[in-house]
Design a protein around this ligand. Structure first.
Ligand code: C2E
Ligand code: CA
Ligand code: CA
Length: 830
């Protein structure tokens, strides 16, 4: 302790002064000389006691602060105490300290000694600066995050709002005094009491809260705030606080609502469209989806929350129909291996023995930078209803409702496939067309319902006979078609016979047994046709041929097909043939069997086709008979015959020529007039001509035909019934017909020696004709043996190769001369 430093006079005061942990200095308030300094002051300012004794108080301060120091010391000397805010203090080594200075007057001496207590303020200043900085940061971050803060000092009940808190309430910062009322006011009335209670509980019980509040801002806009309240406990030195943080989540709520809405709309849409979405992680084999529809489609339990957790590919595969598993796996493999390929596959899923459903799955593969597949993302659609509808449409389009068999469309499809798969027709394909005879009649007699029953019965029997391997379809009202492929096609004829036998047993319709007959036409590719359309047509023709020939089954015979396309081409060319004189008259003589005398000739047409050469009438007459062209042929033949007769008569040969007529010629009604005009043109008479009418043409319209024939007969023409025995005409008509001659069909004549039935018919026809006063011509007298048999049977006239083939008309006189010579030598019967 320094000399003169007597201001502190008691021992304990001096010890306290000396040991105090803060720098203490005593100075003379008038001179500002340092009277004494404690150890801490020595350590702080770096002065030894000796140096303190020389020191002046002002030396511890910077010059600009000297006045303030002087004033503070003076004030303390006067008033007892004074204070100086934190100033920069200078130590001996020039180091600066930031200290606050408390000045106390020690006693009432004049001048009074003043005790200066230095309070180191460096840390506080630093903390203050830091605090200011933190406050700035806080404000910025509050502004950035929108986090408003409302704090309440629970000791003073003073409320503070951060700038952002004002904003969160829709207020200008610092525009109002913060208060609890102002905090609660904008909250919707129905939420306000609960919020007030939450604050109260938090303050009183320390119970924290987190809540959403709906607010109406002063500008009328609606907002949602998230508010969290906490009570912050202080200690002895600091008070308790209540803090409430708020953040405006209006936009967030709007987006969330929008998202939820979108999600629910999507779910709804997926539900309606039966579309589910999914994504499979290829590394884990897990399928993730939030799509309720995906769970529904796969019948996988989505779990308690209904949102569903991931399920495994394996789980999914267990749902796939066993027959489809391989195809699904293959399609998946293919997609994974082929970049850019979309997985697009339909398959069936089944749950245990439950119903089968159809799904359509489409997916894209997501690959990593190396092109390795990592995920598959796709949609799955329940297409059961659609598929069932398609199947039903398909069934209706391809099925015959009545019998349940495939219909014509389905058969054509099958046939197309069969042709497609027959490897360039290496394998044969056969079509068997089964046509029920007289079905219309049955329908009319028994009624449609019974007719339907009958058809079902026929279908059943055919199916039972043919088995599953042969495609059987109902292709028309009373028509069925069987398609045979490969080996079976070789046996088409045998199958046709088997089909025919199906009709050997009677059918029970409405309690009555009916005999049903059917014709089966057969056509086989590639022999008969090289495409389905042609094959079907030819099987149809074969049915027609079977019917014509009175047979149950018939293999297509090109020689008898009047509808062959080549023949149709002929039909077109025939128009010109007549005009261009390509039709030539041939004559086949008829001789009296008793004398061998030539008593007439039949006019037979020959077509000299410029490209095809000689076309026999059997190839073009049936064609043109169903058209108007037949009139052109008949006229041409009648004219040629009259011209020829005229020519022969010039040579002294009076030989009648019989011309063949068709049904159409008789039906036209103009024939008598035409013939009259023709004869008049050549000054000829009806005895020059004979007219041949086939027996079958008589039955088309017997009354009209008979009337026409009567007209012709009364004009003086000799009338022949051609092809007798083949037309099933009633004997009753025969007695009414004004005919002169019956021509026995060459079918009977040529067979009469080997077929007793044919022989009997020939004999009976001859006797019948004679009984009716008609004479008989036997066509087809091809051999000497036939000639003899006919002669023995009493036949009147003969025509046939044994006598002569049809000859060009101009050659006939020459032949006749030779014939007369032969007859002269060989007698009447050659
Ligand atoms: P059709 O009226 O029955 O004529 C007789 C057919 O028998 C002729 O055939 C004749 O050549 C053939 N024939 C002659 N002798 C024999 C024989 O010994 N054995 C056999 N198996 N056949 C013999 P073609 O000339 O080929 O005529 C075939 C058919 O064409 C004729 O049958 C006739 O229906 C029709 N036709 C021919 N020319 C005409 C015509 O000018 N007008 C009409 N409407 N039809 C004609
Ligand atoms: Ca004839
Ligand atoms: Ca004939």
């Amino acid at each position: 302790m320094e000399a003169g430093f007597h201001a502190i006079d008691s021992d304990w005061c001096r010890i306290a002064f000396e040991r105090a942990p803060a720098p203490l200095v005593v100075c003379d308030s008038a001179s500002l000389h340092v009277l004494g300094a404690n150890a801490c002051a020595g350590a702080t300012y770096g002065y030894t006691p000796e140096e303190w004794a020389q020191a002046d108080l002002l030396a511890l301060f910077e010059a600009p602060d000297h006045e303030r120091v002087r004033a503070a010391v003076a004030a303390a000397a006067r008033d007892g105490e004074a204070q100086l805010p934190a100033l920069t203090h200078i130590g001996k080594d020039g180091a600066c300290l930031h200290c606050q200075l408390q000045c106390y007057r020690l006693n009432c001496d004049q001048p009074a000694p003043v005790l200066l207590a230095m309070q180191d303020h460096s840390d506080a200043a630093e903390a203050e600066a830091k605090l200011a900085h933190l406050q700035d940061v806080l404000m910025v971050s509050q502004e950035v995050t929108g986090l408003g803060c409302c704090t309440m000092n629970l000791t003073t009940a003073r409320l503070t709002w951060s700038v952002q808190q004002y904003k969160n309430l829709g207020l200008e910062p610092a525009s109002v005094m913060p208060s609890m009322e102002r905090l609660l006011a904008p909250v919707h009335a129905d939420e306000r009491p609960a919020f007030a209670l939450a604050i109260e509980r938090c303050i009183l019980d320390g119970r924290p809260f987190d809540t959403s509040l709906h607010l109406t801002w002063p500008d009328g806009s609606e907002h949602v705030l998230r508010a969290s309240g906490r009570r912050i406990s202080g200690d002895l030195s600091s008070p308790d606080w209540f803090a409430c943080a708020t953040v405006d989540i209006t936009e967030e709520c709007r987006l969330r609502d929008q998202l939820l809405q979108t999600e629910s709309d999507l779910q709804h849409a997926q539900e309606i469209a039966h579309i589910g979405t999914w994504a499979a992680d290829l590394r884990t084999g897990l399928i993730e989806t939030t799509s309720a529809e995906t769970y529904r489609i796969f019948r996988i339990d989505p779990g308690r929350n209904g949102k569903g957790g991931p399920f495994t590919l394996e789980q999914l595969f267990r749902r796939i129909h066993p027959e489809d598993v391989a195809a699904v796996a293959a399609a998946r493999e293919h997609t994974l291996k082929t970049p850019g390929e979309r997985y697009d596959h339909r398959y069936r899923i089944v749950e245990g023995d439950h119903e089968v459903r159809y799904v359509h799955s489409q997916a894209d593969v997501v690959r990593d930078e190396d092109g390795q597949p990592v995920r598959i993302v796709g949609i799955i659609r329940d297409v059961t209803d659609m598929t069932r509808a398609e199947q039903e449409i398909e069934r209706l389009a391809f099925c015959d409702e009545l019998t349940g068999l495939p219909n014509r469309v389905a058969m054509c499809r099958y046939l197309d496939t069969a042709f497609g798969e027959s490897r360039g027709l290496e394998e044969p394909v056969a079509v068997l067309t089964v046509a029920l005879a007289r079905f219309r009649e049955i329908n009319l007699t028994l009624g449609h319902l019974n007719g339907d029953d009958l058809l079902r019965d026929v279908a059943r029997r055919l199916k039972a006979e043919l088995g599953e391997d042969i495609h059987l379809a109902r292709t028309g009202n009373a028509q069925f078609i069987a398609v045979l492929r490969g080996v079976r096609a070789y046996n088409a004829a045998a199958v046709a016979e088997a089909i025919a036998r199906v009709f050997d047993t009677t059918f029970l319709v409405a309690g009555v047994r009916y005999e049903i007959s059917a014709q089966v036409g057969i056509a086989v590719a590639p022999g008969h046709a090289r495409n389905p359309t042609d094959l079907l047509r030819k099987a149809d023709v074969a049915v027609y041929q079977a019917r014509q020939g009175g047979r149950k089954t018939m293999m297509y015979d090109p020689a008898q097909d009047p509808y062959d396309p080549q023949r149709l081409a002929l039909l077109g060319q025939f128009r010109n043939a007549v005009a261009e004189g390509q039709i030539e008259l041939y004559c086949q003589p008829k001789v009296a069997m008793s004398t061998g005398e030539v008593i007439g000739a039949e006019a037979l047409a020959r077509w000299h086709h410029p490209q095809l050469g000689m076309v026999p009438p059997g190839e073009f007459v049936p064609l043109i008979e169903s058209t108007e062209l037949i009139h052109a042929l008949t006229n041409a033949m009648l004219q040629a015959s009259v011209r020829q007769s005229h020519a022969w008569r010039q040579e002294g040969l009076a030989l009648p020529i019989a011309v063949n007529l068709s049904t159409r010629n008789l039906m036209s009604g103009t024939l008598p007039g035409d013939l009259r005009a023709l004869l008049a043109g050549w000054d000829a008479d009806p005895a020059w001509l004979g007219l041949e009418i086939t027996e079958s043409s008589l039955i088309v319209d017997p009354d009209a035909t008979i009337a026409q024939l009567q007209a012709l007969s009364s004009m003086g023409f000799r009338l022949f019934i051609d092809d007798f025995g083949t037309g099933y005409s009633s004997l009753n008509y025969l007695t009414m017909l004004p005919v002169d001659v019956i021509k026995i069909d060459h079918g009977f004549t040529t067979n009469m020696l080997r077929d007793r039935r044919a022989g009997a018919i020939v004999k009976a026809t001859i006797d019948l004709a004679h009984d009716l006063g008609l004479s008989v011509v036997a066509e087809g007298t091809a051999t000497r043996e036939i000639w003899d048999a006919l002669l023995a049977a009493g036949c009147d006239e003969a025509q046939g190769y044994y006598v002569a083939p049809p000859l060009p008309a101009h050659e006939l006189p020459g032949w006749m001369r030779q014939h007369a010579l032969r007859c002269g030598h060989a007698g009447a019967a050659h």
